[in-house]
Design a protein around this ligand. Structure first.
Ligand SMILES: [Zn+2]
Length: 309
């Protein structure tokens, strides 16, 4: 589809939402696409229809690509399985053992290939991915996104805290975690022909990281200007963990480590205080929230209306 539309025009009905809360329908329009794949013009078909225009079949409409702000790529094989435990138990019982399997690049290639293809088939043209702690498998995910034509933002998960991360699945040291993150950033940025895949600095969440790792990643974020993602105040357990460890919230701690930037996406953030909300807004950071996940893991609701004001 991508290649075949370059330098051509497409006629049909198009639907988009250029302003939040509003939907615009462009009935019987022609979109011309340049040789570089970008849109050259949008006009009613009554004005002009170039000779080689592709016509959409009746009953089909074109939407902009979907953007998924929070995908745990390695967890795709357990999609749809029951959630019978709270977050901190679920991680150790099911999720860390699954993620550890991505040390095997053949397994990673198969699982990540299926995921990216399935997301694209569903219209998700941009995805912000948590990968695993593994440097090579994370780089492989970025390569698969590029090969399949998805705008992937890909992060090597950092979890080096031996108190909360199992022996079989964690970064060996804070230094190794930061060095591997840097290596993944360099690798993704140097991928031949990479015009769409970006690296992400990706502490899993504060409980899984030592202060040395968080400080190192914060310095790296300032240095390389990459996107940052992490879970923030997701469950009451995670929220309480930061309060106990630091005497303040996840958001304040992340800010202190240099990890709250205008390119930061905080996942969940269900328990943000008013002060946290102000800090997120002042930094220009964003929140990725999922009402379903919040019900499973937080037993709470993200205050979307308050956050949108
Ligand atoms: Zn998550």
């Amino acid at each position: 589809m991508r290649a075949s539309l370059r330098g051509r025009a497409l006629r049909g009905d198009f639907v988009h939402a250029p302003v939040r809360g509003e939907i615009e329908v462009l009935a019987d329009h022609v979109i011309r696409i340049g040789d570089d794949g970008t849109i050259v013009s949008v006009a009613p078909a009554s004005e002009c229809v170039p000779d080689d225009t592709l016509e959409l079949p009746a009953g089909q409409v074109v939407l902009p690509g979907f953007v998924d702000l929070h995908v745990h790529a390695p967890q795709y094989p357990q999609l749809g399985l029951a959630l019978d435990e709270p977050l901190e138990v679920w991680l150790g019982k099911y999720t860390f053992p699954l993620e550890a399997r991505y040390a095997d690049l053949d397994f990673a290639r198969e699982a990540y290939g299926t995921l990216v293809s399935d997301l694209l088939a569903g219209g998700t043209t941009t995805a912000l991915y948590f990968a695993t702690v593994h440097r090579e498998a994370t780089q492989l995910l970025a390569e698969i996104c590029l090969a399949k034509g998805q705008r992937g933002l890909v992060g090597k998960v950092v979890m080096d805290n031996p108190e909360t991360s199992p022996d079989y699945y964690r970064d060996e040291t804070a230094e190794a975690a930061v060095a591997d993150t840097r290596a993944v950033i360099d690798h993704i940025r140097a991928l031949p022909g990479n015009d769409r895949v970006l690296p992400v600095i990706n502490p899993r969440f504060i409980p899984s990281c030592t202060d040395d790792a968080l400080a190192g990643l914060g310095a790296l974020a300032q240095e390389c200007g990459c996107h940052v993602q992490t879970h923030c105040s997701e469950s009451d357990w995670a929220h309480g963990y930061a309060l106990e460890r630091y005497g303040h919230t996840d958001t304040v701690a992340l800010d202190g480590f240099g990890l709250l930037t205008r390119k930061t996406v905080l996942a969940h953030s269900v328990f943000l205080t008013d002060t946290d909300m102000d800090a997120v807004r002042d930094a220009g950071a964003g929140v990725a929230h999922c009402a379903l996940s919040n019900m499973y893991f937080a037993n709470a609701v993200f205050p979307l209306r308050r956050a949108s004001e």
